[in-house]
Design a protein around this ligand. Structure first.
Ligand code: ADP
Ligand code: AMP
Length: 213
């Protein structure tokens, strides 16, 4: 299975990608996670990424395409993958198509998670992420067993810098202007499927399983 998840920030892409990856035994490739990891490592590239990420802007296409090309070349991706948060622009989608054509590995499906703007704000403002493993929780909808502590590895839960209210509006604008054109792009290729991301996590998971069956 080779799938792409698209949708506004907070739509549940990461939550569902993690579940699907475990279920299907395929890697979850989250460009957001890769970028945050580079930022934490304080590498030269990480410092460049931080400026974009903090503002809710997209990292330039050629940088993110290179990250994905390297990741897709790894052995664990040869039997499938779930791409979460990539592509996010039409040029990225074209680059992905070229990469996968070269490997003779076409996409099985592109899943669009639909949610309303008010839900985006609720989801992002309540999201808390583990400093160690990046796993996401929500202060209302997906609480950890112990407040502020990750169930998986005991890491501290913090709010992502780009989940602050003042950045959310910019991220929504970036989504509308740069990522939403992907809907028409993938509609034209006939592999786009829609999921109602407003439902509870377990319901979204079942709907996704049906769509991918
Ligand atoms: P994305 O990867 O699309 O930005 P996430 O999967 O990180 O979104 O989800 C954003 C926030 O919303 C997280 O705090 C997560 O726990 C919560 N969440 C995810 N799916 C749902 C859902 N179906 N209902 C309620 N909250 C959800
Ligand atoms: P995410 O975790 O998917 O919400 O991504 C967090 C941030 O990482 C985004 O706001 C961008 O700055 C950057 N990012 C993630 N994926 C991409 C992508 N495909 N293209 C450009 N920037 C990205």
């Amino acid at each position: 299975m080779r799938v792409v998840f698209i949708g506004p920030p907070g739509a549940g892409k990461g939550t569902q990608a993690q579940r699907l990856a475990i279920h299907e035994r395929i890697p979850q490739i989250s460009t957001g996670d890769i970028i945050r990891h580079a930022i934490r490592s304080q590498s030269a590239l990480g410092k460049e990424f931080k400026d974009y990420s903090d503002r809710g802007a997209l990292v330039p296409d050629q940088l993110v395409v290179r990250l994905v090309a390297d990741r897709l070349a790894a052995a664990d991706c040869q039997h499938g993958f779930v791409l979460d948060g990539f592509p996010r622009t039409v040029p990225q989608a074209r680059a992905l198509e070229r990469l996968l054509d070269d490997k003779n590995m076409p996409l099985s499906a592109v899943i669009l998670f639909n949610i309303q703007e008010t839900t985006v704000i609720n989801r992002l403002s309540g999201r808390r992420s583990c400093e160690k493993c990046g796993h996401s929780y929500h202060i209302l909808y997906d609480k950890p067993q112990k407040e502020g502590i990750c169930d998986i590895d005991g890491g501290r839960l913090t709010q992502r810098h780009d989940d602050r209210e003042e950045v959310i509006a910019d991220r929504l604008k970036v989504y509308q202007e740069q990522t939403a054109p992907l809907i028409a792009y993938y509609q034209a290729s006939g592999i786009l499927k829609y999921i109602d991301g407003e439902k509870a996590q377990s319901e979204v998971e079942s709907a996704l399983a049906k769509v991918l069956a």
